[in-house]
Design a binder for this molecule. Sequence first.
Ligand code: IMP
Length: 182
Amino acid sequence: MTAPPGQLLEALLGAHEIQVRVQELGQEISRDYQGQELTCVGILKGSLVFLADLIRAISIPVTVDFLAITPYAPRQGRQHAVRLLKDLDDPVTGRHLLIVEDIVDTGLTLGFLVRTLAARGPASVKICTLLDRPPQRIIPLPISYHGFEIAGDFVVGYGMDYRQYYRNLPGIYRLKPEEASP
Ligand code: IMP
């Protein structure tokens, strides 16, 4: 068996720390949307683990749908054009939407998705991201819920990948992409 690409560095966030924060987010979301129905829109594939934990921490009626966009290419991300690869299964007119994302970096991905979904006449569109890198932001975005702020390093685990690997790690780790290796 070959080793996955890149060099895994130290843990940034442990599984327990993530779980505690996800529970808090779920409780906050449940309070804010009390008496309403919510649709969580997961962005494939990176948000899949976060979404699975988050919806189980939400106590109000919630439905789930998915969008897939063009994959992120590390180190080229600032120029990447975002494109929809898979659309939602159901109409969202009149529904409260919560976009669930793994990490917001430049904001290009979510800027595009918020515009796309807002044009469909939902009752509201908000953003919940596990990780936020505010210094990298190009597109200003109102982030309603975020788990943790992190610095510039590339990270993997808890659903986030490098070349499709590492999504299964229960914690979040810094990773040195192989292009950057000497
Ligand atoms: P943005 O469009 O620059 O905000 O990038 C957001 C998307 O890029 C996320 O949905 C992730 O899929 C991906 N991404 C950004 N930073 C990382 C990272 O450190 N690790 C893994 N994926 C990342």
